[in-house]
Design a protein around this ligand. Structure first.
Ligand SMILES: NC(=O)C1=CN([C@@H]2O[C@H](COP(=O)(O)OP(=O)(O)OC[C@H]3O[C@@H](n4cnc5c(N)ncnc54)[C@H](OP(=O)(O)O)[C@@H]3O)[C@@H](O)[C@H]2O)C=CC1
Ligand SMILES: CC(=O)C(=O)O
Ligand SMILES: [Mg+2]
Length: 544
Protein backbone atom coordinates (compact mmCIF):
# COMPACT_ATOMS: atom_id res chain seq x y z
CA UNK A 1 0.00 0.00 0.00
CA UNK A 2 2.17 2.75 -1.30
CA UNK A 3 -0.27 5.36 -0.09
CA UNK A 4 0.49 4.49 3.56
CA UNK A 5 2.79 7.31 4.55
CA UNK A 6 2.86 6.52 8.25
CA UNK A 7 6.00 5.18 9.87
CA UNK A 8 7.09 3.68 13.17
CA UNK A 9 5.00 4.53 16.23
CA UNK A 10 2.53 6.53 14.11
CA UNK A 11 1.75 3.42 12.10
CA UNK A 12 1.37 1.33 15.25
CA UNK A 13 -1.03 3.95 16.60
CA UNK A 14 -3.22 3.93 13.52
CA UNK A 15 -5.99 1.32 14.01
CA UNK A 16 -6.73 1.10 10.28
CA UNK A 17 -3.23 0.00 9.28
CA UNK A 18 -1.83 -1.35 12.52
CA UNK A 19 -1.03 -5.07 12.50
CA UNK A 20 0.73 -5.22 15.88
CA UNK A 21 2.80 -8.43 15.89
CA UNK A 22 1.70 -9.37 12.36
CA UNK A 23 3.88 -6.90 10.44
CA UNK A 24 6.17 -8.90 8.16
CA UNK A 25 9.95 -8.58 8.39
CA UNK A 26 9.99 -6.55 5.17
CA UNK A 27 7.27 -4.20 6.49
CA UNK A 28 9.12 -3.78 9.78
CA UNK A 29 12.19 -2.73 7.86
CA UNK A 30 10.40 -0.48 5.36
CA UNK A 31 8.19 1.30 7.89
CA UNK A 32 10.70 1.85 10.69
CA UNK A 33 9.05 -0.70 12.99
CA UNK A 34 12.15 -2.71 13.91
CA UNK A 35 12.55 -2.85 17.65
CA UNK A 36 9.06 -1.43 18.20
CA UNK A 37 7.35 -4.85 18.13
CA UNK A 38 8.41 -8.22 19.59
CA UNK A 39 10.49 -10.43 17.27
CA UNK A 40 7.82 -13.10 16.70
CA UNK A 41 5.77 -12.59 13.55
CA UNK A 42 2.19 -13.69 14.16
CA UNK A 43 -0.55 -14.56 11.72
CA UNK A 44 -3.95 -12.92 12.18
CA UNK A 45 -5.25 -16.32 13.33
CA UNK A 46 -2.59 -16.53 16.05
CA UNK A 47 -3.51 -13.01 17.18
CA UNK A 48 -7.16 -14.07 17.26
CA UNK A 49 -6.20 -16.96 19.52
CA UNK A 50 -4.46 -14.53 21.87
CA UNK A 51 -7.52 -12.25 21.91
CA UNK A 52 -9.58 -15.31 22.87
CA UNK A 53 -7.33 -15.87 25.90
CA UNK A 54 -7.62 -12.23 26.91
CA UNK A 55 -11.41 -12.33 26.66
CA UNK A 56 -11.66 -15.61 28.58
CA UNK A 57 -9.73 -14.00 31.43
CA UNK A 58 -12.22 -11.11 31.76
CA UNK A 59 -14.53 -11.36 34.72
CA UNK A 60 -17.66 -9.86 33.12
CA UNK A 61 -19.29 -9.02 29.81
CA UNK A 62 -18.65 -5.33 30.53
CA UNK A 63 -14.93 -6.05 30.95
CA UNK A 64 -15.00 -7.86 27.61
CA UNK A 65 -16.74 -4.82 26.08
CA UNK A 66 -14.04 -2.50 27.43
CA UNK A 67 -11.31 -4.78 26.09
CA UNK A 68 -12.94 -5.04 22.64
CA UNK A 69 -13.42 -1.27 22.34
CA UNK A 70 -9.75 -0.77 23.18
CA UNK A 71 -8.89 -3.35 20.53
CA UNK A 72 -11.06 -1.49 17.99
CA UNK A 73 -9.10 1.68 18.77
CA UNK A 74 -5.79 -0.12 18.33
CA UNK A 75 -6.22 -2.68 15.55
CA UNK A 76 -9.41 -2.49 13.47
CA UNK A 77 -8.68 -5.64 11.43
CA UNK A 78 -8.15 -7.81 14.49
CA UNK A 79 -11.26 -6.30 16.10
CA UNK A 80 -13.50 -7.20 13.14
CA UNK A 81 -11.77 -10.57 12.73
CA UNK A 82 -12.76 -11.27 16.33
CA UNK A 83 -16.39 -10.13 15.95
CA UNK A 84 -16.88 -11.93 12.66
CA UNK A 85 -15.28 -15.15 13.94
CA UNK A 86 -18.26 -15.78 16.24
CA UNK A 87 -21.05 -13.21 15.85
CA UNK A 88 -23.48 -15.07 18.12
CA UNK A 89 -20.93 -14.66 20.92
CA UNK A 90 -19.76 -11.13 20.23
CA UNK A 91 -22.88 -9.26 19.06
CA UNK A 92 -24.28 -9.40 22.65
CA UNK A 93 -21.00 -7.88 23.89
CA UNK A 94 -20.45 -4.94 21.53
CA UNK A 95 -24.19 -4.42 21.20
CA UNK A 96 -27.39 -5.33 23.05
CA UNK A 97 -27.46 -6.04 26.00
CA UNK A 98 -23.87 -5.31 27.20
CA UNK A 99 -23.70 -1.96 25.40
CA UNK A 100 -26.52 -0.83 27.73
CA UNK A 101 -24.34 -1.25 30.81
CA UNK A 102 -21.42 0.33 28.97
CA UNK A 103 -23.58 3.37 28.18
CA UNK A 104 -24.72 3.70 31.79
CA UNK A 105 -21.05 3.77 32.86
CA UNK A 106 -19.78 5.62 29.76
CA UNK A 107 -17.95 8.50 31.45
CA UNK A 108 -16.41 6.11 33.95
CA UNK A 109 -15.11 3.47 31.53
CA UNK A 110 -14.09 5.96 28.81
CA UNK A 111 -10.64 5.16 27.37
CA UNK A 112 -10.33 6.96 24.05
CA UNK A 113 -12.50 8.99 21.69
CA UNK A 114 -14.21 7.31 18.76
CA UNK A 115 -16.57 9.04 16.32
CA UNK A 116 -17.59 12.68 16.71
CA UNK A 117 -19.29 14.76 19.39
CA UNK A 118 -21.25 17.71 18.05
CA UNK A 119 -22.74 20.02 20.66
CA UNK A 120 -25.70 22.37 20.39
CA UNK A 121 -23.45 25.41 20.83
CA UNK A 122 -21.51 24.45 17.66
CA UNK A 123 -24.73 24.74 15.65
CA UNK A 124 -23.43 27.46 13.32
CA UNK A 125 -20.14 25.56 12.76
CA UNK A 126 -21.11 21.93 12.14
CA UNK A 127 -19.62 21.96 8.65
CA UNK A 128 -16.29 23.28 9.91
CA UNK A 129 -16.30 20.68 12.70
CA UNK A 130 -17.17 17.82 10.31
CA UNK A 131 -14.06 18.79 8.34
CA UNK A 132 -11.98 17.65 11.33
CA UNK A 133 -13.02 14.06 10.54
CA UNK A 134 -10.09 12.48 8.69
CA UNK A 135 -12.19 10.55 6.13
CA UNK A 136 -13.95 12.39 3.29
CA UNK A 137 -16.03 9.58 1.78
CA UNK A 138 -18.35 8.98 4.72
CA UNK A 139 -21.42 7.06 3.51
CA UNK A 140 -23.33 6.57 6.79
CA UNK A 141 -23.67 8.65 9.92
CA UNK A 142 -25.44 7.01 12.85
CA UNK A 143 -26.55 9.84 15.12
CA UNK A 144 -28.15 9.85 18.55
CA UNK A 145 -28.89 12.57 21.09
CA UNK A 146 -28.90 9.90 23.78
CA UNK A 147 -32.49 11.00 24.48
CA UNK A 148 -33.86 7.41 24.75
CA UNK A 149 -31.11 4.84 24.92
CA UNK A 150 -32.61 1.33 24.75
CA UNK A 151 -35.02 1.20 27.71
CA UNK A 152 -32.72 3.34 29.86
CA UNK A 153 -34.31 6.72 29.15
CA UNK A 154 -32.35 9.92 28.57
CA UNK A 155 -28.65 9.42 29.29
CA UNK A 156 -27.32 12.23 27.09
CA UNK A 157 -23.75 11.87 25.86
CA UNK A 158 -23.46 8.49 27.60
CA UNK A 159 -25.52 7.23 24.68
CA UNK A 160 -22.49 7.38 22.36
CA UNK A 161 -22.02 3.62 22.83
CA UNK A 162 -25.10 3.09 20.66
CA UNK A 163 -24.02 4.84 17.39
CA UNK A 164 -20.61 3.20 17.80
CA UNK A 165 -22.12 -0.26 18.36
CA UNK A 166 -24.74 0.06 15.60
CA UNK A 167 -22.09 0.96 13.03
CA UNK A 168 -19.79 -1.83 14.19
CA UNK A 169 -22.69 -4.15 13.35
CA UNK A 170 -22.91 -2.69 9.82
CA UNK A 171 -19.46 -4.19 9.34
CA UNK A 172 -19.69 -7.30 11.52
CA UNK A 173 -23.13 -8.38 10.18
CA UNK A 174 -23.11 -7.03 6.61
CA UNK A 175 -19.43 -6.31 5.82
CA UNK A 176 -20.03 -2.61 5.07
CA UNK A 177 -16.50 -1.12 4.90
CA UNK A 178 -15.77 0.52 8.27
CA UNK A 179 -14.01 3.58 6.81
CA UNK A 180 -17.34 4.70 5.36
CA UNK A 181 -19.02 4.87 8.80
CA UNK A 182 -19.17 7.77 11.25
CA UNK A 183 -20.81 7.53 14.70
CA UNK A 184 -22.03 10.87 16.06
CA UNK A 185 -23.37 11.97 19.39
CA UNK A 186 -25.38 15.16 18.90
CA UNK A 187 -25.22 16.67 22.35
CA UNK A 188 -28.31 18.80 22.96
CA UNK A 189 -28.04 18.40 26.75
CA UNK A 190 -29.87 15.91 28.95
CA UNK A 191 -32.86 15.87 31.25
CA UNK A 192 -30.94 13.44 33.46
CA UNK A 193 -30.01 15.61 36.48
CA UNK A 194 -28.04 12.94 38.43
CA UNK A 195 -25.92 12.37 35.32
CA UNK A 196 -25.31 16.09 34.86
CA UNK A 197 -24.07 16.12 38.45
CA UNK A 198 -21.66 13.21 37.94
CA UNK A 199 -18.10 14.64 37.88
CA UNK A 200 -17.07 12.03 35.29
CA UNK A 201 -19.96 12.81 32.90
CA UNK A 202 -18.55 13.78 29.50
CA UNK A 203 -21.43 15.69 27.92
CA UNK A 204 -22.98 19.14 28.21
CA UNK A 205 -24.34 19.79 31.70
CA UNK A 206 -27.57 21.46 30.68
CA UNK A 207 -31.16 20.38 29.97
CA UNK A 208 -32.21 20.04 26.33
CA UNK A 209 -33.94 22.96 24.57
CA UNK A 210 -37.57 23.14 23.39
CA UNK A 211 -38.67 21.19 20.30
CA UNK A 212 -38.25 24.17 17.93
CA UNK A 213 -34.61 24.50 18.87
CA UNK A 214 -34.07 20.72 18.66
CA UNK A 215 -35.42 20.94 15.10
CA UNK A 216 -33.13 23.88 14.30
CA UNK A 217 -30.13 21.93 15.62
CA UNK A 218 -31.18 18.88 13.61
CA UNK A 219 -31.61 21.01 10.46
CA UNK A 220 -28.13 22.49 10.88
CA UNK A 221 -26.70 19.03 11.48
CA UNK A 222 -28.40 17.47 8.47
CA UNK A 223 -27.38 20.34 6.15
CA UNK A 224 -23.77 20.25 7.27
CA UNK A 225 -23.57 16.45 7.06
CA UNK A 226 -24.84 16.53 3.48
CA UNK A 227 -22.42 19.26 2.52
CA UNK A 228 -19.40 17.69 4.20
CA UNK A 229 -20.21 14.18 2.93
CA UNK A 230 -22.32 14.38 -0.25
CA UNK A 231 -24.59 11.34 -0.64
CA UNK A 232 -24.34 10.42 3.04
CA UNK A 233 -27.17 8.42 4.62
CA UNK A 234 -28.23 9.57 8.07
CA UNK A 235 -29.30 6.79 10.41
CA UNK A 236 -31.23 8.21 13.39
CA UNK A 237 -31.02 6.06 16.51
CA UNK A 238 -32.36 6.26 20.06
CA UNK A 239 -33.66 9.81 20.06
CA UNK A 240 -36.50 10.69 22.42
CA UNK A 241 -39.59 9.01 20.88
CA UNK A 242 -41.46 12.12 19.80
CA UNK A 243 -38.27 13.71 18.42
CA UNK A 244 -37.67 10.53 16.44
CA UNK A 245 -41.13 10.56 14.88
CA UNK A 246 -41.23 14.29 14.21
CA UNK A 247 -37.80 14.32 12.57
CA UNK A 248 -38.45 11.25 10.42
CA UNK A 249 -41.59 12.98 9.13
CA UNK A 250 -39.48 16.09 8.53
CA UNK A 251 -36.66 14.43 6.59
CA UNK A 252 -37.80 11.16 5.04
CA UNK A 253 -38.89 12.78 1.75
CA UNK A 254 -36.06 15.31 1.65
CA UNK A 255 -32.81 13.47 2.36
CA UNK A 256 -31.34 9.97 2.38
CA UNK A 257 -32.13 8.82 5.92
CA UNK A 258 -33.94 6.33 8.08
CA UNK A 259 -34.87 5.85 11.70
CA UNK A 260 -33.88 2.42 12.90
CA UNK A 261 -36.12 2.38 15.99
CA UNK A 262 -39.12 3.15 13.80
CA UNK A 263 -38.37 1.40 10.51
CA UNK A 264 -35.72 -1.20 11.39
CA UNK A 265 -37.73 -2.43 14.37
CA UNK A 266 -40.93 -2.60 12.34
CA UNK A 267 -39.14 -4.63 9.69
CA UNK A 268 -37.71 -7.17 12.13
CA UNK A 269 -41.13 -7.61 13.75
CA UNK A 270 -42.79 -8.17 10.38
CA UNK A 271 -40.10 -10.74 9.58
CA UNK A 272 -40.85 -12.61 12.83
CA UNK A 273 -44.61 -12.39 12.27
CA UNK A 274 -44.20 -13.72 8.74
CA UNK A 275 -42.39 -16.78 10.07
CA UNK A 276 -44.99 -17.15 12.83
CA UNK A 277 -47.73 -17.17 10.17
CA UNK A 278 -45.91 -19.97 8.34
CA UNK A 279 -45.67 -21.96 11.57
CA UNK A 280 -49.34 -21.35 12.46
CA UNK A 281 -50.56 -21.62 8.86
CA UNK A 282 -52.48 -18.40 9.31
CA UNK A 283 -52.65 -15.07 7.53
CA UNK A 284 -51.31 -11.77 8.84
CA UNK A 285 -54.60 -10.18 7.80
CA UNK A 286 -56.44 -12.38 10.34
CA UNK A 287 -54.35 -11.28 13.34
CA UNK A 288 -55.20 -8.80 16.09
CA UNK A 289 -52.23 -6.81 17.39
CA UNK A 290 -51.93 -5.29 20.85
CA UNK A 291 -48.95 -3.10 21.76
CA UNK A 292 -47.83 -2.16 25.23
CA UNK A 293 -45.92 1.03 24.44
CA UNK A 294 -46.83 3.65 21.85
CA UNK A 295 -43.54 5.43 21.25
CA UNK A 296 -41.22 5.37 18.26
CA UNK A 297 -41.03 1.56 18.20
CA UNK A 298 -44.72 0.84 18.93
CA UNK A 299 -46.03 3.35 16.43
CA UNK A 300 -43.34 2.53 13.88
CA UNK A 301 -44.26 -1.15 13.97
CA UNK A 302 -47.99 -0.35 13.89
CA UNK A 303 -47.68 1.86 10.83
CA UNK A 304 -45.60 -0.68 8.95
CA UNK A 305 -48.02 -3.48 9.85
CA UNK A 306 -50.78 -1.28 8.35
CA UNK A 307 -48.72 -1.00 5.13
CA UNK A 308 -48.12 -4.77 5.10
CA UNK A 309 -51.83 -5.51 5.66
CA UNK A 310 -52.81 -3.07 2.92
CA UNK A 311 -50.31 -4.80 0.60
CA UNK A 312 -52.11 -8.04 1.51
CA UNK A 313 -55.55 -6.71 0.58
CA UNK A 314 -57.07 -4.89 3.56
CA UNK A 315 -58.18 -1.28 3.46
CA UNK A 316 -56.22 1.09 5.65
CA UNK A 317 -59.19 1.42 7.99
CA UNK A 318 -59.59 -2.34 8.30
CA UNK A 319 -55.89 -2.63 9.02
CA UNK A 320 -55.99 0.02 11.77
CA UNK A 321 -58.98 -1.65 13.43
CA UNK A 322 -56.81 -4.70 14.05
CA UNK A 323 -54.19 -2.68 15.93
CA UNK A 324 -54.63 -1.40 19.49
CA UNK A 325 -51.99 0.32 21.57
CA UNK A 326 -51.50 1.20 25.23
CA UNK A 327 -49.14 3.83 26.61
CA UNK A 328 -48.12 4.79 30.15
CA UNK A 329 -51.61 6.17 30.77
CA UNK A 330 -53.58 3.23 29.41
CA UNK A 331 -55.44 2.26 26.27
CA UNK A 332 -55.22 4.67 23.34
CA UNK A 333 -58.92 5.30 22.68
CA UNK A 334 -60.84 8.08 21.01
CA UNK A 335 -61.92 9.69 24.30
CA UNK A 336 -58.33 10.45 25.25
CA UNK A 337 -57.44 14.15 25.02
CA UNK A 338 -53.78 13.71 25.93
CA UNK A 339 -52.50 11.84 22.89
CA UNK A 340 -50.22 13.09 20.12
CA UNK A 341 -51.06 13.02 16.42
CA UNK A 342 -49.25 9.74 15.82
CA UNK A 343 -51.21 7.94 18.54
CA UNK A 344 -54.47 9.57 17.40
CA UNK A 345 -54.40 7.51 14.18
CA UNK A 346 -54.82 4.38 16.31
CA UNK A 347 -57.44 5.74 18.76
CA UNK A 348 -60.52 3.53 18.50
CA UNK A 349 -63.98 3.69 20.06
CA UNK A 350 -63.31 1.64 23.18
CA UNK A 351 -63.71 1.69 26.93
CA UNK A 352 -60.88 3.49 28.71
CA UNK A 353 -58.61 1.10 30.60
CA UNK A 354 -55.27 1.15 32.36
CA UNK A 355 -55.20 -2.62 32.78
CA UNK A 356 -53.34 -4.69 30.21
CA UNK A 357 -55.14 -7.82 31.39
CA UNK A 358 -58.52 -6.18 30.89
CA UNK A 359 -57.58 -4.99 27.39
CA UNK A 360 -56.32 -8.47 26.48
CA UNK A 361 -59.68 -9.86 27.64
CA UNK A 362 -61.77 -7.39 25.64
CA UNK A 363 -59.67 -6.99 22.49
CA UNK A 364 -58.54 -10.65 22.33
CA UNK A 365 -55.23 -10.10 20.51
CA UNK A 366 -53.41 -12.93 18.80
CA UNK A 367 -50.16 -10.91 18.89
CA UNK A 368 -48.87 -9.10 21.99
CA UNK A 369 -45.88 -6.79 21.54
CA UNK A 370 -44.01 -5.07 24.36
CA UNK A 371 -42.16 -1.84 23.60
CA UNK A 372 -42.84 -0.10 26.90
CA UNK A 373 -39.26 0.08 28.30
CA UNK A 374 -40.64 -1.56 31.47
CA UNK A 375 -39.63 -5.08 32.49
CA UNK A 376 -42.17 -7.66 33.66
CA UNK A 377 -45.41 -5.98 32.55
CA UNK A 378 -46.57 -9.13 30.74
CA UNK A 379 -47.66 -10.77 33.98
CA UNK A 380 -48.35 -14.47 34.41
CA UNK A 381 -52.10 -13.68 34.19
CA UNK A 382 -51.65 -11.78 30.92
CA UNK A 383 -49.71 -14.69 29.41
CA UNK A 384 -52.30 -17.20 30.67
CA UNK A 385 -55.08 -15.15 29.09
CA UNK A 386 -53.17 -14.94 25.78
CA UNK A 387 -52.82 -18.74 25.93
CA UNK A 388 -56.52 -19.19 26.77
CA UNK A 389 -57.69 -17.25 23.71
CA UNK A 390 -55.00 -18.47 21.27
CA UNK A 391 -53.74 -21.92 20.41
CA UNK A 392 -50.28 -20.43 19.76
CA UNK A 393 -50.10 -16.91 21.20
CA UNK A 394 -47.46 -14.65 19.67
CA UNK A 395 -45.64 -12.85 22.48
CA UNK A 396 -42.85 -10.39 21.65
CA UNK A 397 -41.45 -8.54 24.71
CA UNK A 398 -39.03 -6.33 22.79
CA UNK A 399 -37.81 -3.81 25.35
CA UNK A 400 -34.08 -3.70 26.03
CA UNK A 401 -31.84 -4.49 27.79
CA UNK A 402 -32.52 -7.89 29.39
CA UNK A 403 -34.28 -6.76 32.57
CA UNK A 404 -36.59 -4.45 30.58
CA UNK A 405 -38.12 -7.34 28.62
CA UNK A 406 -41.85 -7.38 29.36
CA UNK A 407 -41.56 -11.11 30.19
CA UNK A 408 -38.93 -13.80 30.25
CA UNK A 409 -39.11 -16.85 28.00
CA UNK A 410 -39.55 -19.03 31.11
CA UNK A 411 -42.71 -17.12 31.99
CA UNK A 412 -44.03 -17.18 28.41
CA UNK A 413 -43.46 -20.92 27.93
CA UNK A 414 -44.56 -21.88 31.44
CA UNK A 415 -47.84 -19.97 31.42
CA UNK A 416 -48.76 -20.87 27.86
CA UNK A 417 -48.13 -24.58 28.38
CA UNK A 418 -45.18 -24.33 25.99
CA UNK A 419 -47.39 -23.02 23.16
CA UNK A 420 -46.17 -19.41 22.89
CA UNK A 421 -44.24 -18.19 19.85
CA UNK A 422 -41.80 -15.98 21.71
CA UNK A 423 -39.21 -13.40 20.65
CA UNK A 424 -37.42 -10.84 22.83
CA UNK A 425 -35.14 -7.89 22.09
CA UNK A 426 -32.16 -9.76 23.55
CA UNK A 427 -31.08 -13.35 23.09
CA UNK A 428 -32.22 -15.33 26.12
CA UNK A 429 -30.73 -18.79 26.70
CA UNK A 430 -32.71 -21.93 25.91
CA UNK A 431 -35.39 -22.98 28.36
CA UNK A 432 -36.00 -26.56 29.57
CA UNK A 433 -39.61 -27.25 30.50
CA UNK A 434 -41.06 -30.68 31.36
CA UNK A 435 -38.21 -32.34 29.48
CA UNK A 436 -38.68 -30.22 26.35
CA UNK A 437 -36.14 -27.67 25.13
CA UNK A 438 -37.33 -24.28 23.87
CA UNK A 439 -35.23 -21.84 21.83
CA UNK A 440 -36.36 -18.25 22.41
CA UNK A 441 -36.02 -16.06 19.33
CA UNK A 442 -34.41 -12.63 19.28
CA UNK A 443 -36.39 -9.92 17.50
CA UNK A 444 -33.83 -7.17 17.26
CA UNK A 445 -33.42 -4.67 14.47
CA UNK A 446 -29.81 -5.81 13.96
CA UNK A 447 -31.21 -8.42 11.54
CA UNK A 448 -32.30 -5.53 9.34
CA UNK A 449 -30.37 -2.25 9.55
CA UNK A 450 -26.96 -3.60 8.44
CA UNK A 451 -28.57 -5.36 5.45
CA UNK A 452 -30.65 -2.37 4.35
CA UNK A 453 -27.58 -0.18 4.72
CA UNK A 454 -25.48 -2.52 2.58
CA UNK A 455 -28.16 -2.35 -0.12
CA UNK A 456 -28.14 1.45 0.15
CA UNK A 457 -24.33 1.48 0.08
CA UNK A 458 -24.37 -0.45 -3.20
CA UNK A 459 -27.34 1.10 -5.03
CA UNK A 460 -27.15 4.72 -3.79
CA UNK A 461 -30.88 5.55 -3.84
CA UNK A 462 -31.99 9.15 -3.21
CA UNK A 463 -34.45 8.13 -0.46
CA UNK A 464 -35.10 5.17 1.83
CA UNK A 465 -38.70 3.96 1.88
CA UNK A 466 -40.81 1.77 4.16
CA UNK A 467 -41.24 -0.56 1.19
CA UNK A 468 -37.49 -1.28 1.31
CA UNK A 469 -37.86 -2.33 4.94
CA UNK A 470 -40.83 -4.53 4.07
CA UNK A 471 -38.71 -6.17 1.36
CA UNK A 472 -35.97 -6.73 3.98
CA UNK A 473 -38.52 -8.35 6.31
CA UNK A 474 -39.66 -10.77 3.61
CA UNK A 475 -36.06 -11.63 2.70
CA UNK A 476 -35.19 -12.28 6.35
CA UNK A 477 -38.22 -14.51 6.93
CA UNK A 478 -37.50 -16.47 3.74
CA UNK A 479 -34.16 -17.50 5.23
CA UNK A 480 -35.64 -19.34 8.21
CA UNK A 481 -35.52 -23.01 7.26
CA UNK A 482 -38.15 -25.63 8.10
CA UNK A 483 -35.97 -27.26 10.79
CA UNK A 484 -35.78 -23.92 12.62
CA UNK A 485 -39.50 -23.29 12.20
CA UNK A 486 -40.21 -26.75 13.61
CA UNK A 487 -38.40 -25.62 16.76
CA UNK A 488 -40.49 -22.42 16.92
CA UNK A 489 -37.54 -20.25 15.84
CA UNK A 490 -38.67 -17.11 14.06
CA UNK A 491 -35.37 -15.74 12.70
CA UNK A 492 -32.32 -17.09 10.86
CA UNK A 493 -29.43 -18.43 12.93
CA UNK A 494 -27.05 -15.77 14.22
CA UNK A 495 -24.01 -17.91 13.52
CA UNK A 496 -24.67 -17.23 9.80
CA UNK A 497 -25.55 -13.58 10.21
CA UNK A 498 -23.19 -12.29 7.51
CA UNK A 499 -24.52 -14.69 4.88
CA UNK A 500 -28.09 -13.92 5.95
CA UNK A 501 -27.72 -10.15 5.81
CA UNK A 502 -25.86 -10.17 2.51
CA UNK A 503 -28.72 -12.22 1.05
CA UNK A 504 -31.22 -9.75 2.51
CA UNK A 505 -29.19 -6.87 1.08
CA UNK A 506 -29.22 -8.50 -2.37
CA UNK A 507 -33.02 -8.79 -2.20
CA UNK A 508 -33.38 -5.17 -1.08
CA UNK A 509 -30.99 -4.03 -3.81
CA UNK A 510 -33.05 -5.94 -6.40
CA UNK A 511 -36.13 -4.20 -5.08
CA UNK A 512 -34.43 -0.79 -5.28
CA UNK A 513 -33.48 -1.47 -8.91
CA UNK A 514 -36.99 -2.72 -9.74
CA UNK A 515 -38.49 0.45 -8.27
CA UNK A 516 -36.15 2.58 -10.38
CA UNK A 517 -34.70 4.13 -7.22
CA UNK A 518 -31.04 3.22 -7.68
CA UNK A 519 -28.68 5.88 -8.94
CA UNK A 520 -26.15 3.38 -10.30
CA UNK A 521 -26.49 1.11 -13.29
CA UNK A 522 -28.03 -2.30 -12.63
CA UNK A 523 -25.32 -4.98 -12.82
CA UNK A 524 -26.02 -8.32 -14.48
CA UNK A 525 -25.33 -10.27 -11.30
CA UNK A 526 -26.37 -8.23 -8.25
CA UNK A 527 -25.05 -10.75 -5.71
CA UNK A 528 -21.59 -10.96 -7.28
CA UNK A 529 -21.51 -7.17 -7.60
CA UNK A 530 -22.38 -6.67 -3.90
CA UNK A 531 -19.98 -9.40 -2.80
CA UNK A 532 -17.23 -7.50 -4.59
CA UNK A 533 -17.80 -4.53 -2.27
CA UNK A 534 -17.69 -6.39 1.03
CA UNK A 535 -15.15 -5.68 3.72
CA UNK A 536 -13.02 -8.60 4.74
CA UNK A 537 -11.04 -8.53 8.01
CA UNK A 538 -7.67 -9.47 6.58
CA UNK A 539 -4.37 -7.62 6.65
CA UNK A 540 -3.18 -6.14 3.41
CA UNK A 541 0.49 -6.18 2.42
CA UNK A 542 1.58 -2.59 3.05
CA UNK A 543 4.38 -2.96 0.51
CA UNK A 544 2.08 -3.75 -2.44
N1 LIG B 1 -35.94 -5.21 19.95
C1 LIG B 1 -35.67 -4.18 19.20
O1 LIG B 1 -35.13 -4.30 18.09
C2 LIG B 1 -36.03 -2.82 19.66
C3 LIG B 1 -36.44 -2.61 20.93
N2 LIG B 1 -36.78 -1.36 21.33
C4 LIG B 1 -37.14 -1.18 22.73
O2 LIG B 1 -38.45 -0.73 22.82
C5 LIG B 1 -38.57 0.11 23.94
C6 LIG B 1 -39.34 1.35 23.53
O3 LIG B 1 -38.63 2.07 22.56
P1 LIG B 1 -39.29 3.39 21.94
O4 LIG B 1 -40.65 3.11 21.46
O5 LIG B 1 -38.33 3.93 20.97
O6 LIG B 1 -39.37 4.31 23.24
P2 LIG B 1 -40.31 5.56 23.48
O7 LIG B 1 -39.78 6.25 24.67
O8 LIG B 1 -40.52 6.28 22.22
O9 LIG B 1 -41.72 4.87 23.87
C7 LIG B 1 -41.95 4.18 25.06
C8 LIG B 1 -43.43 3.92 25.15
O10 LIG B 1 -43.69 3.10 26.29
C9 LIG B 1 -44.76 3.69 27.02
N3 LIG B 1 -44.69 3.30 28.41
C10 LIG B 1 -43.84 3.71 29.38
N4 LIG B 1 -44.17 3.15 30.56
C11 LIG B 1 -45.25 2.35 30.32
C12 LIG B 1 -46.06 1.54 31.14
N5 LIG B 1 -45.82 1.40 32.45
N6 LIG B 1 -47.10 0.90 30.56
C13 LIG B 1 -47.35 1.03 29.24
N7 LIG B 1 -46.62 1.81 28.41
C14 LIG B 1 -45.58 2.46 28.96
C15 LIG B 1 -44.60 5.19 26.83
O11 LIG B 1 -45.81 5.83 27.16
P3 LIG B 1 -46.06 7.40 26.93
O12 LIG B 1 -46.23 7.55 25.44
O13 LIG B 1 -47.31 7.64 27.68
O14 LIG B 1 -44.86 8.10 27.46
C16 LIG B 1 -44.26 5.22 25.34
O15 LIG B 1 -45.43 5.16 24.57
C17 LIG B 1 -37.16 0.36 24.46
O16 LIG B 1 -36.95 -0.41 25.62
C18 LIG B 1 -36.27 -0.13 23.37
O17 LIG B 1 -35.10 -0.72 23.88
C19 LIG B 1 -36.76 -0.29 20.48
C20 LIG B 1 -36.34 -0.44 19.20
C21 LIG B 1 -35.89 -1.73 18.71
C1 LIG C 1 -32.45 -2.40 19.56
C2 LIG C 1 -32.73 -0.97 19.60
O1 LIG C 1 -32.54 -0.27 18.62
C3 LIG C 1 -33.25 -0.40 20.80
O2 LIG C 1 -33.53 -1.12 21.75
O3 LIG C 1 -33.40 0.82 20.82
MG1 LIG D 1 -32.51 1.77 19.10
Amino acid sequence: MKHVKLKGAELLNNPKYNKDTAFSAAEREAFGLEGLVPPAIDTLERQLERVGHHLDAKSSDLEQYIYLMSLAGRNETLFYKTLMSDPARFVPIVYDPTVAYACLAFGHIFRHSSGMYLTRDMKERYLEVFRNWPVKDVRFICVSTGGRILGLGDIGANGMGIPIGKLQLYTACAAVPPESLLPVLLDIGTTNAPLRADPLYLGLRQPPPEDDEVDAIADAFVAAANEAFPGVCIHFEDWKGVDAMRLLDRYRDKILCYNDDIQGTASVVIAGLTTAMQIKREKLTDQRFLFLGAGSAGLGISNMIVSALVQQGLSEEEARERIWLMDSKGLIESGRQDINRWKRRFAHEAKASTSLLEVVKTFKPSVLIGVSTCGGLFTDEVIKEMARINQQPIIFPLSNPTERAECTPEAAYTHSGGRALYAAGVQFPDVELHGKRFHPSQANNFYIFPAVSLAVYATRPQRITDAMFIAAAAATADQVDQASRDKGMLYPLQANILETEVTTAVRVAEFIFEQGQASVERPVDIRAWIEGMLYSPEYRNLLD
